[in-house]
Design a protein around this ligand. Structure first.
Ligand code: ADP
Ligand code: MG
Length: 454
């Protein structure tokens, strides 16, 4: 096969794969040579080679065989990795003599795989994440490292990993030989510990020097391991000193990561720290709509009634992963039932997810809200006074506890100044009756309930 033929093969592959896949995976491959029955390609990182081989290997081989049937395998050679170039050079100069290089490539930092769908164009931006998004975009331009490190933090499932991968994709697409390394903190530790065991700590240090951009995800997991922290700190400082971009994520603010050395905390805060806030209704709805558009191709016959996404965005928690899970389930279900999925069907299908993401309302919360609402004190609410200005709010609060929590009557009684369960029962019955006959009580209950269910 020749380079020209490879260009033709590429055109065929382009017709058989999505544009994003083609751009991310096929385009960056450079045909190198044929060795016996193997077609060899140059790639910029070994990750790229591994990924292409696992995901597109069969497709590529099939297409190549159309031109050159004798080919049986494809293989990849990492070339523009600084480290490898370096070792190629040393091995060449070895011919002419001295120090045999003992520097093998065993500790070359290999990026964890990047998720193909974690790109910027699939990231829905809303108030809770706009700052993090803007910062990520900026860093992905690959200019001089102005925010160093960029520290992204936020709760589970809010898009930290998605943003980091998106930065990596963008950086690679702008300059394909950029050595972008994305690692979970666990991977970082694992590699370091392996280097310690294999007595190759120098190699470990050396290899990280060839990195242009280092991303470490979920750095809260690095806490507590002294030697790894030292190594992390060292790596970190030497990269920053060389103006290499570093991007870190964690589930909380650097200052709040326990067991993290103070010098590291303050170092991490030195760049730009941005947080991803819990999603709000608007963002959740936007995400659902965007994911639904993506699903439309896969499920052309599925119809979802108006209002179903709104319902889901209201009821399913702030964790986007849970929301995605619900949507996937809904589509699979919808494709089976073969008719439009209305709200009732959706509720059935998602019952357990809805139940799990119900917000837990506590007795304290109800008590606090009720005393605020009626402008009385907690001690009056749970105290012995039978005056109506206290007794009525007390009964209302008990009623709400019975309705909105899973606490038993004896337990509710205990939390209202050690009252007997019959007192609670009496209060609940009283309010049930008033709710029907007393418009004011009905209105109060409605307002309180709404604000509790938020
Ligand atoms: P984290 O790393 O913060 O725990 P992830 O980045 O893994 O969260 O996100 C969890 C899932 O939710 C992923 O599938 C991701 O694509 C999706 N997700 C999170 N935020 C968004 C968003 N704003 N737009 C689209 N998808 C999102
Ligand atoms: Mg993550």
């Amino acid at each position: 096969m020749t380079s020209d033929q490879w260009e033709k093969v590429k055109l065929e592959i382009m017709n058989d794969t999505s544009r994003a896949n083609f751009k991310n995976w096929i385009e960056p491959l450079k045909f190198r040579e044929v060795e016996e029955d193997v077609a060899i390609f140059n790639v910029s990182t070994s990750f790229l080679g591994e990924y292409v081989s696992n995901n597109f290997g069969d497709l590529i081989l099939r297409k190549i065989k159309g031109f050159e049937p004798k080919l049986k395998r494809i293989n990849f050679k990492v070339v523009s990795n600084v480290w490898e170039e370096h070792s190629e050079k040393t091995s060449k100069s070895d011919v002419s003599a001295e120090a045999p290089s003992h520097k093998t490539q065993k500790a070359r930092p290999v990026s964890n795989p990047l998720d193909e769908s974690f790109t910027f164009d699939r990231f829905v931006v809303g108030k809770p994440n706009e700052l993090a998004y803007a910062a990520a975009r900026r860093v992905s331009e690959g200019g001089p490292a102005i925010f160093n490190p960029l520290f992204l933090y936020g709760g589970v499932g809010l898009g930290k990993t998605h943003l980091m991968h998106a930065i990596a994709w963008e950086l690679i697409s702008r300059k394909e030989d950029r050595n972008v390394v994305y690692l979970s903190a666990e991977q970082f530790m694992y590699r370091f510990v392996q280097a310690l065991r294999g007595d190759s700590v120098m190699d470990f240090k050396e290899t990280f020097r060839s990195v242009d951009v280092l991303m470490v995800d979920d750095v809260q997991f690095i806490a507590g391991k002294d030697s790894t922290q030292d190594e992390f700190f060292y790596t970190f400082n030497s990269l920053v000193a060389n103006s290499k971009q570093i991007i870190i994520s964690a589930d909380r603010d650097p200052g709040e990561i326990e067991n993290l050395e103070d010098r590291i905390k303050s170092r991490l805060q030195y760049g730009l720290v941005v947080d991803l806030h819990p999603t709000d209704f608007e963002l959740r709805l936007g995400i659902l709509q965007s994911k639904a558009d993506q699903k439309a191709a896969e499920y052309p016959n599925v119809r979802i009634a108006d209002g179903v996404f709104e319902f889901m965005a209201h009821r399913i928690s702030t964790n986007v992963r849970v929301l995605e899970g619900a949507l996937t389930r809904l589509y699979a279900f919808a494709s089976l039932v073969g008719r439009e999925v209305n709200l009732d069907l959706a509720k059935d299908c998602l019952a357990d997810i809805l139940r799990r993401s119900e917000r837990k309302i506590s007795i304290e919360e109800i008590q606090r809200l009720v005393v605020d609402y009626y402008n009385i004190s907690i001690s009056n609410l749970i105290g012995p006074s039978r005056e109506r200005i206290y007794a009525r709010p007390r009964q209302i609060a008990m009623y709400l506890c019975k309705q909105l929590t899973s606490r038993s009557m004896p337990e509710i009684g205990r939390r209202f100044g050690g009252r007997d369960h019959t007192t609670v029962l009496h209060g609940v019955r009283r309010i049930e009756a008033l709710r029907i006959n007393d418009a004011q009580v009905a209105e109060d209950l409605e307002i309180l309930r709404r604000s509790l269910e938020g």
